[in-house]
Ligand binder design. Structure first.
Ligand SMILES: [Ca+2]
Ligand SMILES: [Ca+2]
Ligand SMILES: [Ca+2]
Length: 151
């Protein structure tokens, strides 16, 4: 294992946008908790889990204009060489029934780090073949913007 071969990166979820708050129509906001798993098979294997917010939940509306929350949530900071996988699970908390889940988000990056540092969001992708309905950051009930930077 050679530590010198890795590059240090930082992955931040900059914002989330809720298209369906998974609540009855009369309720404007849903109560959300997001969980992340960031992993890499580089350097003997890396896996980092975190939760946003750290405690409690965040109430987010699904009304246009009010449905985007800037969260600046750092989900990974560490060394990788040529692989990174990001998974996000959004859970909407309910008191009198089982919790609801947003579509799971997953995206995997391979190859030299310099080829995939950047911003990944709805309709602003760097990689080819990721536009329109295939855009991983445009899910049926939410959207996400992720920033991968050298740290
Ligand atoms: Ca609900
Ligand atoms: Ca709820
Ligand atoms: Ca995208």
């Amino acid at each position: 294992m050679s530590e010198a071969s890795g590059e240090r990166i930082k992955v931040t979820v900059r914002w989330v946008q809720i298209l369906d708050n998974l609540e009855p129509a009369f309720k404007e906001k849903g109560e959300f908790v997001f969980k992340s798993v960031v992993s890499s098979d580089n350097l003997g294997g890396v896996r980092t889990e975190s939760r946003y917010p750290a405690t409690g939940h965040i109430s987010i509306s699904d009304q246009p204009v009010f449905n985007r929350e800037i969260i600046k949530w750092v989900i990974f900071e560490g060394e990788v060489t040529d692989h990174l996988a990001i998974e996000l699970i959004g859970e909407e908390l309910d008191t009198f029934s089982a919790n609801d889940f947003l579509d799971p988000y997953r995206r995997e990056f391979r190859g030299p780090v310099s080829e995939w540092v950047g911003t990944y969001g709805p309709g602003e992708d760097i990689s080819e073949g990721d536009s329109g309905e295939d855009d991983p950051e445009m899910m049926s009930n939410w959207r996400v913007n992720i920033f991968i930077d050298k740290a």
